[in-house]
Every structure is written in C-alpha cells, then in structure tokens.
Design a protein around this ligand. Structure first.
Ligand code: PMP
Length: 427
C-alpha cells in the first residue's frame, strides 16, 4: 500500500504560516517543481561536514585534502546515480540552466539543434550560436518521435546535430519518450541531451539505458539546497571546446610567451577533465549536498518513492476531476505516465488570485504563471502571445479566459494531508 510508505523527512515540515482568516497552519509546500524542500538527511550530512570545510583543489592542509576528496567522491556518486558510461564526465555547474548553457557553448560551430517548442526556456533558449529547428508541440509521445524523425531526415546528415528534450514536463508532469527520441536521434547521426530537472527527483535516470549523450539537472529540485547542478555525459565535445569559464582550476599550465611575433602574450594549456569547465573555487557544499541527496533517494528506493507519488497524483487528479470548473492541462492525455506536477485553470477565476487565495486562506504554496515555458502553456491554454514579464503573465480581465495557469507539484517529502488540504481548498 503506497500510502504506508512514509514521506521522507524534509526541512520546513513544521513551519507554520498565518492565515488571513485568523490563526495559523503548517505550511503545505506544493511547489516542488520550482524548488523542493531539502531532505533532512542532506541537511544533517552538510552540518556534519561543515566543520571540516576547506578549499577544494587549492590547499595542502588536511581539511583541504578532505574537502577535495569529498568533492571528487561526489562526482562518482552522481555518475553512479545517473548510471553513466565509464568514459562520461560529470561537470558541476550552478543549475540546469547553467548546464545547458555550458553545452550550448561547446557544441561544434556548425551544429544544428532540434528542440520542441514545449520545452522549458532553459532548454529552449541557450542555443543562440546554432541553427535551431523548433518542433511543434506533439499530441502523443509517438507523434513526438515521428516529428523528430521527420525533422532529422531533412537535415544535412554529415553535419553535427543535437536534440534537446525534457524527461518530464515542468508544466504537465508528463513523461517524454526519451529512449525512443534518443534512438531516433542516433539513427540520424544526431546527439541528444536530456533535461532531467523534473525527471531526476521523481524517477531513476539511467544514461546507459536511455542512451542519451548528456543529462542535466539541478540540486534544488532534487532535495538539496540551491546553487549547484550537473551536466554529465560524453567528454569529446566538452574537451574539444574552449572552457565555458576561463580561470584558475581550468588551466593546467600558463606561460608567458618570450619570443616570436606575439611575445609577451600568454599560452594556456587547459585541462581535459571535468575541471576544464569548472574554473574558480567550486561550491563544495552544493556539490556535497547533491551527492547526499542522490544517496538518500537511492536508499529510500525509487520504487517506493514512485509508488507513493503515484498515490498522491491519483488523489489530486481524482479530487480535481470532481470540480467541473477545473481544467487540467495535458498534452498527451489522461492516461499518460506522469510525475507529481499538475497544472490547471479554473473557470471564472484568475489563476494568480486563485493561487494567492490558496496561500492566504489555506497556507498552501503553489505557483501561478507560464512556468518559464511560455509557448507550451499558451498552446495548452489556446491563448495568443501577450506582452509579459519573464515567467509571469498578465491578469485576465474579469470574465476573460485565464492567460496563465496554476501549478501544484509535490514529491518525496509530501504528506497526504497536504494534497488532501489542497483538494479541499479547490473544492
Ligand atoms: N528544465 C526544467 C524542465 C525545469 O523545470 C527547470 C526549472 N523550472 C529548469 C530546466 C531550470 O532549472 P534551474 O532554474 O534550476 O536552472
């Protein structure tokens, strides 16, 4: 019985917030898709390590050696968590956005990029140096594969190409057919990067089984604190390109030119390991906490986490289905496999007001807006482009169709009471 699998202890589970109606209530964090609360276990690991904190790769002292060891062991833990190939490199970044921008900076100059319009902006926008083909929103997973195959069949088969795809949508929570898309990409000589920002916290990710070339994710969505992320995968493009960040740590040898035409300049030999793209003193706490979260999730067992999450998804979807004014947003339909991310609109309600009311009257934290996936949300809402701020949306005039949506999202730390309160509040 998945209900019997206990939620994992997370920070903030006892935090109370005031209600406009008077009194206070424990905060129901139902915005995991934006940032998940840190696991208590991660916090404890970080607290135990904190007194031993030292510079990484930059000190001869005992604590520097210890920190360097923990940093490098974290790389191994992440490689295991993602089931990487032995030759893959794990690069620590600031976030998924940073990871995908790093990859965009190292792709070959003549690379063609293929990306569905439904992607999060972090996957949609970094390819400014490439020739990008934007693929229309598919309405089934099979259509996604067929759309990609058609687009790839038309390309120059001898040039480099990259497909960028999400594993789980940050709007609908729907799983994308990553393995099939990877097979299609490879059949046409293209490579593929998986945006696992929303997938990795909810599902095991195997680079080898999915056969993706790279994977990116963020610590703060994987129950670790903010500030660290991962790009893992094939070394060749990464090591053939200039460093994403130039500086100390990325360079193996720097010498002043003493003769020749450009005497006085500087010659640099860059590292050919992950260090090439990790210039500057690294975020050792962030990296250590990602590794701690990977271990904690593996120990909890993804089969347990998935079973419990599916039980919560069923509760929310069944509850929302009982409210005729609610329309749940979906690309692939009701039966599509999904993670605990659900977006919806409510007839007669402005989504921002609705989300504000959930917070003020029930102590529930959700998100409203276009979720940094403007083209997708507009497709799902059937609305026209509007001028608006990044990730935000304008207010609908009274009686108008909502121009933005409400998103509820949850995961390993969510107790039943939070989703029950949410359903009650919506009703
Ligand atoms: N991709 C997806 C699918 C996401 O949901 C997000 C975060 N909302 C990102 C990328 C970007 O992650 P970050 O903000 O941590 O860079």
């Amino acid at each position: 019985d998945p209900a019997c699998v206990e939620p994992l202890p997370v920070l903030g589970r006892d935090v109370t917030v005031p209600l406009v109606t008077g009194g206070e209530v424990t905060y129901a964090a139902l915005d995991y898709a934006a940032s998940a609360p840190a696991l208590q276990r991660v916090w404890d690991d970080v607290a135990a390590y904190a007194p031993y904190y030292g510079s990484v790769h930059r000190g001869a002292g005992y604590l520097s050696q210890l920190s360097t060891d923990l940093f490098e062991q974290s790389r191994v833990t992440v490689a295991e968590f993602l089931d990487c190939r032995p030759s893959d490199q794990v690069i620590f970044t600031r976030s998924t956005t940073d990871s995908l921008n790093l990859l965009a900076a190292v792709i070959p100059a003549d690379c063609q990029v293929f990306v569905f319009e439904t992607e999060h902006h972090a996957s949609l926008l970094p390819w400014t140096n490439a020739q990008v083909t934007y693929l229309n929103a598919p309405r089934t997973p099979d259509e996604a594969v067929a759309t990609l195959e058609r687009a790839l069949a038309d390309r120059d088969p001898y040039g480099p190409a990259l497909v960028c795809v999400t594993g789980a949508s940050n709007v609908t929570g729907e799983l994308w057919p990553v393995k099939e898309l990877a097979a299609a990409a490879h059949a046409h000589g293209a490579r593929i990067v998986l945006d696992a920002a929303q997938l990795a916290p909810h599902h095991p990710v195997s680079v080898q089984d999915l056969d993706v070339d790279w994977v990116a994710f963020s610590g703060h969505k994987l129950y670790a604190p903010f500030g660290s992320g991962v790009l893992a995968g094939r070394a060749d493009w990464l090591q053939e390109a200039d460093p994403y960040l130039a500086g100390g740590g990325a360079s193996r040898k720097v010498t002043r030119r003493v003769s020749g035409e450009d005497a006085g300049g500087v010659d640099v030999e860059w590292h050919t390991t992950a260090a090439r793209h990790e210039a500057g003193s690294p975020n050792v706490i962030g990296v250590y906490s990602i590794a701690s979260a990977c271990k904690a999730l593996n120990e909890a067992g993804f089969e347990n986490l998935v079973a419990r999450e599916q039980h919560l998804i069923a509760k929310v979807r069944e509850g929302l289905a009982e409210v005729p004014a609610v329309r749940v947003l979906s690309l692939f339909g009701d039966d599509a496999p999904r993670v605990g991310v659900i977006s919806f609109v409510v007839d007669g309600w402005n989504s921002s007001h609705f989300a504000a009311a959930l917070s003020a009257e029930y102590g529930i934290g959700v998100r409203d807006g276009l979720f940094c996936a403007h083209p997708l949300v507009r497709t799902l809402l059937g609305s026209e482009p509007q001028a608006q701020g990044e990730c935000g949306a304008p207010e609908a005039a009274p009686g108008e169709r909502s121009l933005n949506a409400i998103r509820v999202s949850f995961g390993a730390g969510t107790p039943d009471e939070h989703v029950e309160r949410f359903v009650r509040a919506v009703k």
